[in-house]
Design a protein around this ligand. Structure first.
Ligand code: FE2
Length: 272
């Protein structure tokens, strides 16, 4: 397959993903469920979904608009800020799925009009995870600017470790389909809450950790229901597959492509 065909195939696959927008309730059936419940007053799970076979969160380009020395703050909204209010919550984990406390998260994004503040620090801020590895960012849904789909930039760093630079994406955005930087592995789960939006994303850093307990290894002798996950297959929301001896339910329609294995894309697959 030549490069041109690869590109067109990828574009088609992205189009399939963009078209297959599932209901918000389905999007929150996965790892974000505990946190969604927590908003309603139910105690969150102590250990959110993170599996031993999770790959570290992928890196992406920093882009041209990063500025060092952002203020420390979890709220980027000030009086008079325009735009749809957005709360992003999540956890930072290491390779053994243990939380990383005091991890640095430095966020930057465009305003409602798709413009970055390159003279000041509007929509720029850094914060640290708590002892449970949790973070919360209060901001707005970033506006679009030419050439890109909707996204939030972030740098994440465990204490004394290398910096991970990446970007977070919104499901169901038409431009996900044409943005060559977009990757489904960086999709947040997003739902409406009145006039605001709530998003969730968990980072996995390539930080060595010593597990405190051993998990039972799934056995292939008693495979869960569903066929084996396969690249090129078009999956509908609710479809069941097995991957690595574990069962997964599809959360939104898409066509599988390399790198979108169920454990790697929590916005697309929920472990059973
Ligand atoms: Fe950007």
């Amino acid at each position: 397959m030549d490069e041109e065909n690869k590109l067109s195939r990828k574009t088609v696959l992205k189009a399939a993903l963009a078209a297959g927008v599932a209901a918000p309730v389905a999007l929150f059936g996965g790892p974000a469920l505990a946190r969604a419940n927590a908003v309603g007053g139910t105690a969150p799970e102590l250990t959110p979904a993170c599996h031993d076979d999770d790959e570290p969160t992928m890196e992406q380009t920093e882009g041209p608009y990063f500025k060092p020395n952002s203020p420390e703050r979890t709220n980027l909204v000030t009086p008079g800020t325009q735009g749809t209010r957005l709360t992003v919550t999540g956890y930072v984990f290491g390779r053994a799925c243990l939380p990383v406390g005091r991890a640095l998260l430095d966020f930057w994004q465009a305003d409602v009009n798709g413009a970055y503040d390159n003279t000041g620090y509007t929509f720029r801020g850094h914060q640290y995870t708590d002892a449970q590895g949790a973070f919360t960012l209060s901001t707005i849904v970033p506006g679009l600017y030419p050439g890109r789909t909707r996204h939030i930039h972030v740098k994440v760093q465990a204490p004394g470790r290398p910096v991970l630079t990446t970007q977070l994406y919104f499901p169901g955005e038409p431009r996900n389909n044409t943005d060559t930087i977009f990757d489904a592995r960086l999709l947040m789960t997003v739902r409406d809450n009145g006039s605001a939006k709530e998003a969730a994303f968990d980072f996995v850093l390539d930080v060595p950790q010593t597990p405190t307990s051993t998990r039972p290894t799934p056995t292939s002798a008693t495979p869960p229901g569903g066929t084996s996950w396969a690249v090129g297959t078009a999956y509908a929301a609710g479809a069941r597959v097995t991957y690595g001896g574990r069962g997964y339910v599809c959360l939104q329609a898409h066509t599988a492509q390399p790198g979108w294995e169920p454990p790697a894309v929590p916005a697309l697959w929920r472990a059973e």
